[in-house]
Design a protein around this ligand. Structure first.
Ligand code: G6P
Length: 368
């Protein structure tokens, strides 16, 4: 049956609001109260996982950003190295595969030409197996991979990916946990992560309540030609995803930088016409990030900070502040993605673009 927008003006907004429900769907049957149910990865998975000591991720677009975040999880949770590549680049390189490497593709559609070509190329390179994280059960990517874990986002219609991304992240966190189990992660640690995951849908709903405040914020962007997104650690890929969303649907040139790299170039661009958006959970890098933000303020840059309510940012500071709920470090990249989706949506509305069908872009790029 035809999917309707309902009361939402656009599919993108509907899909943003569906996120807590589809995250629940993606977790359902894959986790118990405190444990990942590994069978969810299929019967072939166990033997392959037992051989894995390294992970190669390949994807395009927003799915590539999910891969970038996963690298931090694999390092921290599974204590495993991880390489992340853009499919169109990977497929034309001379890839050197270390023994024990799992090949992981991430794709909403499962039909992206470059990602499929990368999988076919990888098939001859000696990986221990290929895993697809995908939203379409009947896709070529799922059919051609050794095994798959489906994201249960439901059909995504807006060209700019939202709910597919956050459910990919949930699936990839489950992957990090099953690999972590084999590499020294304790049962207590797994139980903590899974307990936290069960709280994620509620946290996402809390962030959606910031919608009005974010809409207000969007007014400051509608007349801008550029924007800079900053994050540190696993928030750097979140900043990249925020910048991509803004580019895709509002046509504002946006760039993301790891905040520590500011002084090596982008600081030269900062003036009072350059909005700078920062994602600032209360993690171990917060102090460093604050130092970087002070550098922006000192140059007259207009700061917009999405910050943990416990992060010590003052309401009367030299920035516009959106207070985010406290969130476990591991889940912060998923949660901080949501306000940036809303921001780009509201900016696009102010600019009057075709939100669900941005110019020159396709939902699924099935040709090279
Ligand atoms: C296109 C879409 C993006 C998507 C990318 C990768 O560029 O517009 O939203 O992230 O393809 O698509 P995939 O289906 O492989 O995730």
């Amino acid at each position: 049956s035809e999917i309707e927008k309902g009361d939402y003006g656009h599919f993108m907004l509907k899909e943003i609001y569906e996120q807590s429900a589809v995250i629940k769907n993606t977790l359902s049957g894959r986790v118990s109260a405190n444990h990942v149910l590994e069978e969810a990865f299929g019967i072939k998975a166990k033997d392959i996982f037992d051989k894995v000591n390294n992970v190669q991720i390949v994807a395009c677009g927003t799915s590539f950003h999910a891969g970038l975040i996963t690298k931090y999880w694999l390092e921290n949770i599974a204590k495993m190295p991880c390489q992340v590549d853009i499919a169109s680049d990977y497929r034309y390189r001379n890839i050197i595969v270390r023994p024990g490497t799992l090949f992981v593709t991430i794709s909403q559609s499962g039909e992206t030409a470059d990602t499929l070509a990368a999988l076919r190329y990888a098939d001859e390179l000696g990986y221990v197996g290929s895993l697809a994280i995908c939203n379409v059960a009947t896709s070529s990517l799922v059919r051609e991979s050794d095994f798959s874990l489906l994201t249960m986002a439901g059909r995504e219609i807006g060209v700019a990916s939202t709910k597919a991304f956050t459910t990919q992240l949930c699936a990839l966190l489950l992957l990090s946990l099953v690999l972590g189990r084999r590499n020294g992660m304790t049962d207590e640690s797994e139980a903590q992560h899974v307990t936290d995951l069960h709280k994620l849908p509620g946290l996402v709903d809390q962030v959606l309540e910031l919608d009005e405040a974010i809409k207000e914020l969007s007014i400051s962007f509608a007349d801008k030609n550029h924007a800079l997104f900053l994050g540190r650690g696993n928030q750097y890929p979140v900043a990249k995803e925020g910048a991509l969303k803004l580019k895709e649907i509002s046509y504002i040139h946006a760039e993301a930088y790891p905040a520590g790299e500011l002084k090596h170039g982008p600081l030269a661009l900062v003036d009072d016409k350059m909005p700078v958006i920062a994602v600032a959970p209360n993690d171990e890098l917060l102090g460093k990030l604050k130092g970087n933000l002070a550098e922006v303020s000192a140059r007259g840059g207009k700061l917009f900070v999405f910050a943990d309510e416990s992060g010590g940012f003052d309401d009367d500071g030299d920035y516009k502040l959106i207070r985010m709920p406290a969130v476990p470090d591991v889940l912060a990249p998923i949660l901080y993605t949501v306000p940036l989706q809303l921001l780009s949506y509201h900016v696009a509305i102010l600019k009057g673009t075709d939100v669900d069908h941005p110019r020159n872009l396709a939902k699924s790029v099935t040709v090279e």
